[in-house]
Design a protein around this ligand. Structure first.
Ligand code: NAD
Length: 261
């Protein structure tokens, strides 16, 4: 566990921070001493999230931006260049589900834009400051599908693989400047996204919530879902100066579900 001031003086930009893993991460980074900028689309939800952060005197702020709109992401560039971001958490909503053979080109284009191109623009906005200060942490929340593709997630499996290789390439390029780039791979995590998937499965199969949850966790050695805070702890460690020699990795936080090493 990080001390309460492990991230003192650091500025963290957390994307997808209005709920779920992003919100838990923003809350933990604020508790660990960082000033936090929260990014998502809905300003009202962002403001509620911002009010939930400890240490309001650090002037946490909310940024409304749709990550599927590259023009909107580009608009943030100047603001970010000037705002000395030390920690960038790349995170957004998951791509639409379905088998690969049923996915259309637009779904691929949307996912590529939202998951890779927009984060690439954000990285290019914050890296000049990180290089100057010789400190930076870029953490991408992706999926265990970079290790073993998940059934029924054709577009997601494809895009996550691309993001993982983008991140590894960045890790190689930025390592000499004191900047690390790592990926956190959540397993089933209790968020609104997972709740929606459970509800859809219940409606489709007529099974109870307990039956559906048991079926999901049957192949998780921990036999339970993660709490979003448990994913955030991994992000907080990778964000900290303690993790300076950890670069270019994929860290599953999945209760042991991923079958390969
Ligand atoms: P979530 O849907 O609960 O939250 C996603 C966040 O991203 C929200 O703040 C949402 O407003 C924001 N967002 C969505 N689309 C956006 C857009 N176009 N522009 C800006 N912000 C946008 O998701 P979560 O469960 O917290 O998952 C976060 C990431 O982790 C996703 O990529 C998800 O696929 C992945 N993941 C989640 C699980 C899980 O079980 N929850 C498992 C594996 C991977």
């Amino acid at each position: 566990m990080l001390t309460r001031d492990a991230l003192a003086g650091k500025h963290a930009l957390v994307c997808g921070a209005s709920q779920g893993i992003g919100l838990a991460t923003a809350q933990l980074l604020a508790r660990s001493g960082a000033r936090v900028s929260l990014l998502a689309r809905d300003m009202q939800k962002l403001e509620l999230a911002r009010e939930s952060l400890e240490h309001p005197e650090r002037k946490h702020r909310s940024l409304s931006c749709d990550m599927s709109d590259l023009v909107a992401v580009r608009r943030l560039k100047n603001e970010l260049l000037a705002s000395d971001v030390d920690i960038l958490v790349c995170n957004t909503g998951g791509p639409s589900p379905g088998p690969l053979l049923e996915a259309d080109t637009n779904q691929f284009l949307e996912a590529f834009t939202q998951h890779l191109l927009s984060h690439d623009l954000l990285v290019k906005s914050v890296v000049p400051g990180m290089r100057e200060r010789r400190f930076g942490r870029i953490i991408n929340i992706i999926s265990t599908s970079v290790k073993a593709p998940l059934p029924g997630l054709g577009v997601s499996n494809s895009i996550r693989g691309a993001v993982a290789n983008w991140a590894k390439t960045l890790a190689n390029e930025l390592g000499p400047h004191g900047i690390t780039v790592n990926n956190v791979l959540p397993g089933y995590t209790e968020t609104q996204r997972l709740e929606q998937i459970l509800q859809n499965t219940m409606a489709r199969t007529g099974r109870t919530r307990q039956e559906v949850s048991d079926a999901f966790t049957a192949d998780v050695p921990a036999r339970r879902f993660a709490r979003s805070e448990e994913v955030a702890y991994a992000v907080a460690y990778l964000s900290s100066p303690l993790a300076g020699y950890v670069n270019g990795i994929n860290l599953p936080v999945d209760g042991g579900r991923t079958v390969c090493l």
